[in-house]
Design a protein around this ligand. Structure first.
Ligand code: NAD
Ligand code: TYD
Length: 351
């Protein structure tokens, strides 16, 4: 193991984290410790293919557990942290904001404190905080979020992520903790928990269930394939400028209704359905409270300074995603049993 860079990845059993863990573990220059609490969103099946690699270790635990986090820092002498663990679903943050403050804010502070204490001002360490474009608030018809856009979070989820971003930068300023932050647009792809729009639609189309679209379906999201996000994270970890922020996105804006229709058509083709049959499942339901109208990322800095660009178009990424969900019936069945159906029935009951 000697000579390998030791990285603590948090939330590595989740959607984005599992892709991040995989690409770091594939690079034998690294040793990865994955700290994950395995909430409903965490799943070790996401990492089955790399779980026995010699440069990978899984630790089940909570990022808010000061003792555990300190013990991990003391025994591993980490060179860096890639921090993804979070509560990540806006709808859940509306019903249970305190859980989001606990993990997203207190959890981040727990990690920052451990890094401050154990790294003692060492300049070669790096605390990398993975964040969202939702901290910038909601756009009107025009404009893009840049790294200089003022924070204006509007949901309990984005407020908790904004708070954690601020704490990371405050530790950089006050204690000279070396850090970098990236703010990414909406991800999609394999391992995405089916409470989020795209995998929820895929699952419902498969099961011929209604496709619940909030409000009139005119809200706009900017979609990026998850593996492209993971590649960007590795690049920023290795080449990003200390103390900087990088926006990550693929210049790929879609109104929800247009995205749903595209996905319906792809699924009809894959399932051998008559063209147009899945579109009949679209159901406009009660809008999300405080629903942000539009997100759109300007990722020029990342491409100009670090040479990153997405590897797939949206159509290619969606095809790969649909294929993955079709090939992974068991995974889908697994994660949608138990707690998930309670959430689903409660959440969509009033619609
Ligand atoms: P996810 O909900 O799929 O996974 C979160 C992971 O964190 C899970 O494995 C869960 O078990 C773990 N976790 C939760 N609370 C924990 C705790 N207290 N201690 C340890 N582990 C805990 O989330 P995701 O979509 O993969 O998002 C990962 C990160 O990326 C988050 O910080 C999120 O804010 C950010 N992000 C997500 C998106 C997106 O589109 N999903 C976009 C931009 C940024
Ligand atoms: P989501 O996947 O929850 O991501 P976020 O809220 O972080 O952007 O939602 C994406 C968009 O889809 C958002 O505008 C809300 C909308 N949406 C629906 O219309 N119906 C649904 O059932 C869900 C979960 C989301």
């Amino acid at each position: 193991m000697s000579g390998r860079k030791k990285i603590l990845v948090t939330g590595g059993a989740g959607f984005i984290g599992s892709h991040v863990v995989r690409i770091f573990v594939q690079d034998k220059a690294y040793h990865i410790t994955n700290l994950d609490k395995l909430t409903y969103a965490g799943n070790l099946e996401n990492l089955k293919d790399i779980e026995n690699e010699s440069n990978y270790e899984f630790v089940r635990g909570d990022i808010c557990d000061t003792q555990l986090v300190n013990k991990l820092f003391e025994s591993n002498n980490f060179d860096g942290v890639v921090h993804l663990a979070a509560e990540s679903h806006v709808d859940r943050s509306i019903t249970n904001p305190l859980e989001f403050v606990q993990t997203n804010v207190i959890g981040t502070l727990t990690l920052l404190e451990a890094a401050k204490k154990n790294w003692q001002g060492e300049k070669k360490k790096l605390f990398y905080h993975i964040s969202t474009d939702e901290v910038y608030g909601s756009l009107g018809e025009e404009g893009l979020f840049t790294e200089d856009t003022s924070y204006d979070p509007k949901s309990p989820y984005s407020a908790s992520k904004a708070s954690s971003d601020h704490f990371v930068r405050a530790y950089g300023n006050t204690y000279k903790l070396p850090f970098v932050v990236s703010n990414c647009s909406n991800n999609y792809g394999p391992n995405h928990f089916p409470e989020k729009l795209i995998p929820l639609l895929i699952n419902n189309i498969k099961n011929k269930k209604n496709l619940p679209i909030y409000g009139e379906g005119v809200n706009v999201r900017d979609w990026l394939y998850v593996e492209d996000h993971a590649e960007a994270i590795k690049l920023i970890f290795e080449k990003g400028k200390i103390g900087d922020t990088y926006n990550i996105g693929g210049f790929n804006e879609w109104r929800n209704i247009d995205l749903v229709e595209l996905l319906c058509d792809i699924m009809d083709r894959k399932l051998g359905n008559e063209k147009g049959s899945s579109r009949k499942l679209i159901a406009f339901v009660k809008d999300r409270a405080g629903h942000d109208l539009r997100y759109a990322i300007d990722a020029t800095k990342l491409s100009d300074e670090l040479g990153w660009k997405p590897s797939v178009t949206f159509e290619e990424g969606l095809e790969k995603t649909v294929d993955w969900y079709m090939d992974n019936e068991e995974w889908l069945k697994d994660v949608t049993s138990g707690e998930y159906m309670n959430y689903y029935n409660e959440h969509y009951a009033s619609s």
